[in-house]
Design a protein around this ligand. Structure first.
Ligand code: ATP
Ligand code: MG
Length: 394
């Protein structure tokens, strides 16, 4: 009898013909997250099985993997003979403390001579006959015994761990996440990743107005996100000159709007270079002046790529809840300034006019600054620890 971790797939099963593609991707993602941990992964259409000697480490990784609905630590026996199944079950239950129990069974082979109900009834009878002082309680059992008779083998498990759901990372292409040091954008990135989108991230850095610590905070947030996807490629753009020239040359109430239009333009170009099919950001309707619908409109109009805003319709408290759950909150609330908070005008325009934006953007040769910023940007491959930093050769 072998101890095994059993994985039930999340929404993959609704994907029709694509199911094999999704299972293969999930298997590869799991294998790469388990690198360095003694383990072997096997998959069939309905379940994945992991054999390991390092259960805790594997369980932790699996609880950070998208595409998993449920995780069970159980036992596998190479028999589908009901009496033999019963014997093995008794062996497992001998040392367990419980009085009331319920057997819940499934069979994946519909040709199997017993129905699920028959299996449960038969095994329940075997437990009552072989162990003292046990009682069936179908409503509120102390021990839920799950049994799955599959092709040529049977699985037992007694606990269920909820997976984080979603689609396996990378199965729906790539997106460019605008990652600041705040609470919202890491949550936005997480939610996009959950839909199977692999995230590259872009950070607009403005030294010396923003500190090295602010940048490190963003790297740490990217690292937290990488726990869910293996790695995150982080693009760091030096945005100082663009910001300073906007400040010098343009009306201050339009500062944020113009700044964000340039961020979007740069994000789009870096996204295209990396074959990312959308921009993802942490904008939430109404949260600040630059996130009114009119503002979003005036800003988004400068790009020709979908902009996905996973937290657009969430309350701040709900966003905070998610950030606490995924482990980014503590880092996000560290008190470092980002480039937006330093250049905040007293009265930002709430309903910016696109035509005026275009006029203001003619007041300086911003285009060459944009090209320069893209040409000289740095890329950091962020994994569980930062591995390499190199100048972009783009
Ligand atoms: P967050 O909590 O994510 O910082 P926010 O509420 O502070 O968001 P803004 O500063 O208006 O909102 O930014 C909105 C979105 O624009 C952010 O969620 C992020 O996606 C992007 N963004 C803002 N500043 C930067 C930056 N310096 N680098 C990269 N992206 C940024
Ligand atoms: Mg911010």
């Amino acid at each position: 009898m072998e101890k095994v971790i059993i994985i039930k797939y999340a929404e993959l099963t609704t994907k029709g013909d694509n199911i094999n593609f999704f299972i293969k991707a999930l298997k590869e993602n799991i294998e790469s997250s388990l690198e360095g941990i003694d383990s072997k992964v096997k998959a069939d259409k309905g379940r994945m099985y992991i054999y390991t000697t390092e259960f805790d480490k594997v369980l932790d990784k699996l609880q950070h993997t998208f595409g998993i609905h449920e995780i069970n630590v159980g036992y596998e026996v190479e028999t589908i003979d009901i009496d033999e199944i019963g014997n093995r079950l008794i062996e497992l239950l001998k040392d367990k403390e419980f009085t009331t129990f319920k057997v819940e069974s499934k069979r994946s082979d519909k040709e199997y001579p017993l129905t699920s109900m028959d299996i449960s009834r038969k095994l329940g009878g075997i437990v009552l006959k072989n162990l003292d002082n046990k009682k069936v309680d179908v409503h509120n059992p102390e021990l839920l015994i799950s049994v799955e008779v599959r092709f040529g083998k049977t699985l037992f498990y007694f606990d269920k761990i909820k997976g984080i759901g979603g689609y396996p990372t990378g199965t729906l292409g790539k997106g460019m996440l605008m990652l600041s040091g705040g609470i919202d954008s890491p949550v936005a990135g997480y939610l996009a990743m959950k839909r199977g989108v692999r995230i590259e991230a872009i950070y607009f850095d403005a030294p010396p107005h923003t500190s090295e610590a602010a940048k490190n905070k963003v790297i740490e947030l990217a690292r937290k996100l990488s726990e869910y996807s293996g790695y995150v490629k982080l693009h760091v753009i030096n945005f100082t000159k663009i910001q300073e020239e906007i400040l010098k040359n343009c009306p201050h109430e339009y500062l944020i709007t113009l700044m964000r239009r340039y961020m979007y333009r740069i994000a789009e170009r870096v996204a295209r270079q990396g074959n990312c099919k959308c921009i993802v950001n942490g904008e939430s309707i109404g949260q600040v002046a630059s996130q009114t619908l009119t503002s979003m409109n005036a800003i988004e109009t400068v790009v020709d790529i979908p902009v996905i805003r996973p937290v657009a319709c969430l309350d701040k408290l709900d966003i905070i809840d998610i950030s606490q759950r995924i482990g980014t909150y503590e880092t996000s609330i560290l008190p470092y300034e980002d480039c937006c908070t330093i250049f905040v005008p007293k009265h930002p325009v709430i309903n910016p006019d696109k035509k005026l934006c275009e006029e203001y953007e003619k007041l300086y040769d911003f285009d060459s600054l944009v090209s320069e910023a893209i040409k000289t940007h740095t890329v950091i491959k962020v994994e569980n620890k930062v591995k390499e930093e190199f100048n972009s050769i783009l």
